[in-house]
Structures are given as C-alpha cells and as structure tokens.
Design a protein around this ligand. Structure first.
Ligand SMILES: Nc1ncnc2c1ncn2[C@@H]1O[C@H](COP(=O)(O)OP(=O)(O)OP(=O)(O)O)[C@@H](O)[C@H]1O
Length: 248
C-alpha cells in the first residue's frame, strides 16, 4: 500500500534519513522503531507530505505521490497523528474531530454526525461537548486518533500515540488500534513501547541513524545483534550473549 524508495532527508549538514526503503502491506499493522533521533518522525513527515524529501520516492497504492501536498494525500486516504498533540483548545472535542470529518462530509450536519460517531467509537462520548483543553493526556491521544480517523483514511500513520500513557491506559487503547485495522485501515506506527510493538505489529522496520538496519517480525528484529547494538551501543549483543551463555 505504502512504498518508500531511497528516501533521504538532509537538514543542513545533518542526514536525518538516509536512503531508506520500506513497504507497508495493505491490511497490516506495521511498526517503525529505532533509538531517539533515528529519523522516524522525519520519515513519517515525508510519507504524509509535511516534509519534502531531499531524494527518493513515496508511492501510495502504486502511484507516485512524492511531491503531493498533505491535503491531497489526505484525500487519497493517508492520515497521520502528531507526536506532540495540539488540539484546537478552544473548540469542543466534537468540533476538533469535525475538522477531520469535514474532508469527506462538507455539510455541517453530516460533519458533526460523523464526528460524533467517531468520538463515541474512540471512547470520547461523554467528553464530546467539553473543550478539548479539558481532556487528560490519554483523552488527547484518543482525540488525536479520532481526528485522523475522521478523514476516513486507508492508511493511518500513528506517531507515538502511547507515549505518556500509563499501563492501564495503554492496555485500553491497544484493542482499539487493532479494531481500526480489522475494519480495513492499514496502520503504520512509530512506537517506543516494545511490549505494544510486539503485541500489535506483524512486521517491524528498524531505523538507526537514518538508515533501515532490519526488517521482520518483532521477535526476530529484537533478537538481531544489529538492532541490539543500535539501542545499546557497539559490542552490546556479544556482551548479552556472553551473560546468557551457560557457565562451564
Ligand atoms: N526540522 C528540522 N531541522 C533540523 N533538524 C531536524 C529537524 N527535524 C528533525 N531534525 C533532526 O533529525 C534527526 C531525526 O529526528 P526525528 O525527529 O525524525 O527522529 P525520531 O527517530 O523521530 O526521534 P524520537 O524517537 O526522539 O522522536 C534528529 O537529529 C533531529 O534533531
């Protein structure tokens, strides 16, 4: 569904993403992991049109969308959430979701009806008429997903939607992410919480210093020495192996 080929982004002297290629299969929940500063959000920004790549291509359902603006990609069916959640604080929760719903339902009554349905589905029913500013962190994260989902995407890019949530809140939101996929929305997510990645994702891509260094099922990827070293430093995989080896 989404194919990224040789994607590169330079910020002045910094190579944030370097010749990254990956694909996200239709109907999958695919993960993008990697240490802080690896280039994950930059890659998402290029996939969703918020940043122009320095080189490389982005294909969506077989079409080259590399130079398309975010609103055009949204119309094609690509939606993203942002790591730093910034709802329109003065608007109600329903109105915030309606901003997304407006893309497919330009009539006000329909927009609000669609926003109501999506808000209820995301567990925000009791808060729909409250100002977005009154939501807890977990509520804001749900609102962020609701706003993206309201555009009725085919592909949903989730950038650390679990960050800042406590274990109970994470446990509550995981089935929701799975349900969204089960209803036909392909999901590509950046996540640091490995337990969630292990539970949700069929395939994981690992980015380190801007380069894709591994891809595969989460358990395989997490056991890959290259991945262990990217997180823990050179020699870490060998030290872990030595520590785990039975003593003679
Ligand atoms: N607009 C920008 N201008 C200059 N440098 C940037 C810009 N955006 C990101 N960077 C740099 O690019 C690199 C990759 O950043 P990015 O936010 O994509 O990493 P990340 O993997 O998403 O990190 P994290 O897990 O901490 O969110 C970092 O060194 C960052 O400082």
């Amino acid at each position: 569904m989404l194919v990224v080929e040789g994607l590169t982004k330079r910020f002045a002297g910094l190579l944030a993403v370097n010749n990254a290629s990956l694909s996200v299969a239709e109907g999958s929940i695919t993960g993008l992991i990697g240490p802080n500063g690896a280039g994950k959000t930059t890659l998402f920004a290029m996939a969703s049109g918020f940043l122009a790549p320095s080189a490389g291509r982005v294909l969506f359902t077989g079409e080259d969308i590399t130079t398309e603006a975010p609103h055009r990609r949204a119309r094609r069916g690509i939606a993203r959430t942002f790591q730093i959640v910034k709802p329109f604080a003065g608007l109600s929760v329903r109105e915030n979701i309606a901003v997304g719903a407006y893309l497919r339902h330009p009539q006000r009554a329909e927009t609000l009806a669609s926003a109501t349905l999506i808000g209820e589905r995301l567990g925000l029913g009791p808060q729909l008429d409250k100002p977005a500013a009154s939501l807890t962190v977990a509520g804001r994260k749900r609102l962020e997903v609701a706003r993206a989902l309201a555009t009725e995407p085919k592909l949903l890019l989730l950038d650390e939607v679990l960050a800042g949530l406590n274990p109970a809140e994470i446990r509550d939101i995981l089935p929701l992410i799975r349900a969204i996929r089960d209803e036909g929305v392909t999901i590509f997510l950046i996540e640091h919480i490995m337990q969630a990645v292990m539970t949700l994702c069929e395939t994981v891509h690992v980015l380190a210093r801007g380069e894709i260094i591994a891809v595969g099922p989460p358990d395989m990827v997490c056991a890959d020495p290259k991945v262990i070293e990217a997180y823990l430093g050179p020699g870490a995989a060998a030290r872990l192996n030595a520590a785990e080896a039975p003593r003679a």
